[in-house]
Design a binder for this molecule. Structure first.
Ligand SMILES: Cc1cc2nc3c(=O)[nH]c(=O)nc-3n(C[C@H](O)[C@H](O)[C@H](O)COP(=O)(O)O)c2cc1C
Length: 308
């Protein structure tokens, strides 16, 4: 069966089967006030030169400001920002009244606590039916490591994988650890043989416990990312959950950061740690991360995220 092209609703619903992230596209209006709208039509386009695109409806109230200004910002919303998405999609009088923001280096409004942002100059406006394609050249950007908010079939979703794995694991015997990244380096504990920072937990929220532990031992602000590995320790009988985490600036009080590309030659405290960190080094080089489920010697890697 094929659907009728005369039914725009059916076409829109079919387009909605494609799961995306959610962005808020911003600029400064002619009266020097910030303006912005929710968009999921974002796509990365080119690394060299650095280009991205978003599609803007010709009916937008801010069509003229968006298509004739100096440029625009793309704020990739984090999984805690569903309300921000709704605010910027509704005809709210002042959409910026309920969010914290600051001008980016190129001038576009950048929202607080987003997963990533791009401040762009306007490279081209391409006519495309009832929309235009805004092609932006990235002049500045940042990536906080927060998980992005998802959108599919008209509804929001957040990465539930972590929650599912935690509830299926034997609570009471959890060993939590993290692959902590910072600017191409990863945090290791121990001198000769590398280990991962982590703690045991018997009750409570594992993500909060891990964040609190990592911040206490390193003295650095931490953001916990996707679950990276779940396995049953054959020698200690515990469920091991390994998350990705992202450390903020500053001197580290426990352990040290080593370049990711030196991990392949390193020695590790346990075979399981070796597997986690060697897989991480390999996946970092190709930009495609998976989640491993299994025990220390046998399991499967499930692909969850792919870089552009
Ligand atoms: C999840 C989501 C994604 C959206 N994506 C787009 C988009 O890519 N382009 C667009 O023009 N409108 C998009 N919209 C609709 C606009 O956000 C909405 O029409 C908004 O009110 C337009 O703002 P304006 O009044 O400033 O034109 C989206 C809405 C939602 C909820």
């Amino acid at each position: 069966m094929t659907m009728s092209l005369d039914d725009p609703r059916a076409l829109r619903d079919a387009f909605g089967a494609f799961a995306t992230g959610v962005t808020v596209v911003t600029t400064i209006g002619p009266d020097a006030k910030p303006i912005g709208f929710t968009a999921n039509s974002f796509s990365s386009v080119s690394l060299d030169p650095p280009l991205l695109l978003v599609c803007l409806a010709k009916t937008s109230r801010n069509f003229s400001a968006m298509t004739t200004g100096q440029g625009f910002g793309v704020n990739i919303l984090s999984d805690a920002q569903k309300d921000v998405s709704n605010t910027f999609a509704r005809p709210v009088e002042d959409r910026f009244a309920t969010v914290d923001w600051a001008p980016g280096p190129h001038g576009a409004p950048i929202l607080s606590d987003v997963a990533a942002w791009f401040d762009c100059s306007l490279s081209q406006v391409i006519d495309a039916g009832d929309h235009v394609i805004l092609l932006g050249r990235v002049e500045a950007f940042d990536n906080s490591g927060r998980n992005g908010l998802g959108y599919a079939r008209g509804g929001y979703f957040t990465p539930l994988l972590a929650g599912k794995a935690v509830s299926s694991a034997a609570v009471g015997h959890l060993r939590l650890s993290a692959v902590v990244e910072r600017q191409g380096e990863v945090l290791v504990i121990g001198e000769e043989a590398y280990g991962l920072p982590g703690c045991d937990i018997d009750q409570g929220d594992p993500l909060e416990a891990l964040k609190a532990h990592l911040e206490a031992v390193t003295g650095l602000p931490m953001t916990i990312g996707f679950l990276y590995s779940v396995y049953e320790g054959l020698t200690d009988g515990r469920q091991h959950l390994v998350y990705r985490a992202f450390a903020g600036e500053g001197p580290v009080s426990t352990g040290r950061f080593v370049p990711i590309d030196t991990l392949a030659q390193a020695a590790f405290e346990t075979p399981a740690t070796a597997d986690v960190l060697k897989r991480f080094a390999m996946e970092s080089s190709i930009g495609n991360f998976g989640v491993y489920f299994g025990n220390e010697i046998a399991g499967r890697v499930h692909s969850i995220a792919r870089k552009a």
